[in-house]
Design a protein around this ligand. Structure first.
Ligand code: TYD
Ligand code: MG
Length: 452
């Protein structure tokens, strides 16, 4: 009889190795490899179950439109795609201290007496959560609390209480007795999340799992859980500002890249109804190097100020630095500006920044970055109430941006007077007081700037 095969499995990250190492070859943790049997001795045949898995025609599966349970916090419902669905597992990630616990405590309380809710706190004691609830002014809401970090007991509580909505705060504090590794290790985080998701699905519980985004390597971040859950929300925002953005990066029940905007106040997170104003600075008079971009967050157009500072470089390698925008894209745009508009910045340091801690990844920001750079370089402010969007190609062409009409409408709504946009985004009719200037090439846009 053949010997059973064994492998060495890391209790921290779950990687397997064929021989023993002092340190895990995958995550580098010391002394975590333990021998486990992987395979029974084979009898030379492949085992096949007696009953095969049944298949059904897609069209014959009865489906009903999932019923949504609104949390009562408009901006949160917006990112969830209209509300929670029974059995939905939502991962909410973000830096420690950004407001995850606050938001979910508020959400549970605003669900109110209509739905049964359960808050599982592994991070804070019951008293601390109660104190926070008092501070938020929601201590009278019927929210049930469990302070527990042991997975099996939490799962039992979910099965016994069957709440409609539950929160687990946070996944990194939980541990399962099935595993040897410490709470917060990848193996624990994965196992706990998978078990919780199973119980949520079984009982039809809409479950929020809080996960801290941590520095790589030390403890497992929420990234390792993204495939287990239905919805992934990320909390973003500059810790120095009071604004917090909640973004959906995956959603089996709705659109992704939807954005919810909140402000952290004395009394918790407050929804911001008109977020466009947030990302615009209030200058007394126009300043050089500032250009207003109309960007799109999910389906929502937002006005964001893009700032550029162009200053003569004092080192042989001029710096190109961007905050909230892509750095490589900036280098590319500077090359396009030089090649196609005759604007050289190779002796200059160039810094660009999206105001308000906003992170912009769409290429439609290109034109605004170019114009902000030109404005700073020439020290000529762009006049007030001018909004810009459009992608810039390597050939110097200005390419259309998706949903141009909606962007223009948002600019018009906020009282903007002029918009510099790609030719293909030029609207057919007139938009309120907004004068639309369509451009085809980046040099043309620079020319428009001079004549504004
Ligand atoms: P918290 O929700 O505990 O963050 P997380 O769960 O993501 O780690 O948020 C904590 C921060 O929010 C803390 O720095 C204090 C601040 N805060 C307020 O400004 N106002 C409030 O009403 C509350 C409850 C917290
Ligand atoms: Mg917390």
């Amino acid at each position: 009889m053949k010997k059973a095969k064994s492998a060495y499995v890391c209790s921290d990250c779950g990687a397997t190795a064929l021989q023993w190492f002092g340190a895990c070859p995958s995550c580098g943790a010391a002394g975590t490899l333990t021998e486990t049997v992987t395979e029974r001795p084979s009898r030379g045949t492949i085992a096949v179950a007696r009953h095969s898995a049944e298949s059904v025609l897609l069209g014959n599966i009865p489906v009903s439109e999932a019923e949504r349970l609104p949390t009562g916090i408009g901006e949160l419902d917006r990112v969830l795609g209209g509300g929670l669905v029974a059995g939905q597992v939502v991962l909410i990630g973000g830096d420690p201290g950004i407001g995850k616990s606050t938001l979910l405590l508020q959400a549970l309380s605003s669900l109110g007496s209509g739905s049964k809710t359960l808050y599982v706190s592994g991070e804070e004691s019951a008293e601390q959560v109660a104190l926070r609830a008092r501070r938020l002014g929601v201590d009278t809401a019927p929210v049930h609390l469990v302070a527990e970090i042991q997975l099996e007991r939490i799962a039992a509580a979910l099965d016994a209480q069957r709440p409609q909505v539950a929160v687990v705060d946070s996944i990194q504090t939980l541990w399962s007795e099935q595993l040897q590794s410490a709470p917060g290790s990848v193996a624990q985080v994965r196992e706990c999340a998978a078990q919780l998701a199973r119980h949520a699905k079984k009982n039809g519980i809409a479950l929020f799992i809080i996960g801290h985004v941590t520095k790589e390597g030390t403890i497992a971040g929420p990234r390792v859980l993204e495939h287990i859950v239905d919805t992934v929300l990320y909390f973003e925002g500059d810790p120095n500002s009071t604004f917090r953005l909640v973004r959906a990066v995956k959603n089996r029940f709705g659109a992704v890249n939807e954005l919810g905007v909140f402000a952290m106040t004395e009394k918790g997170l407050k929804a911001v109804s008109n977020p466009s104003r947030l990302f615009l600075s209030t200058h007394e008079k126009p300043v050089a190097g500032s250009c207003v971009l109309v960007t799109l967050e999910g389906t929502r157009p937002l006005l964001v100020e893009i700032q550029a500072l162009v200053d003569s470089a004092h080192t042989p390698n001029p710096r190109r630095l961007s905050v909230g925008l892509e750095q490589n894209r900036l280098a590319m745009l500077l090359a396009v500006l030089h090649r196609h508009a005759g604007i050289a910045t190779w002796e200059q340091d160039v810094f660009v920044n999206a105001v308000g801690g906003m992170r912009i990844s769409e290429p439609a920001a290109d034109l605004a970055v170019c114009l902000a750079v030109v404005s700073s370089l020439t020290d000529r402010p762009i006049r007030e109430k001018v909004a810009v969007f459009g992608e810039v190609g390597l050939a110097g062409e200005v390419r259309p941006a998706p949903r141009g009409q909606e962007r223009l409408k948002e600019a018009a709504k906020l009282g903007f007077e002029k918009a510099i946009v790609p030719k293909a985004n030029q609207p057919k009719g007139r938009l309120a007081e907004l004068e639309v200037i369509a451009v085809e090439r980046v040099d043309q846009a620079v020319q428009v700037l001079r004549n504004l």
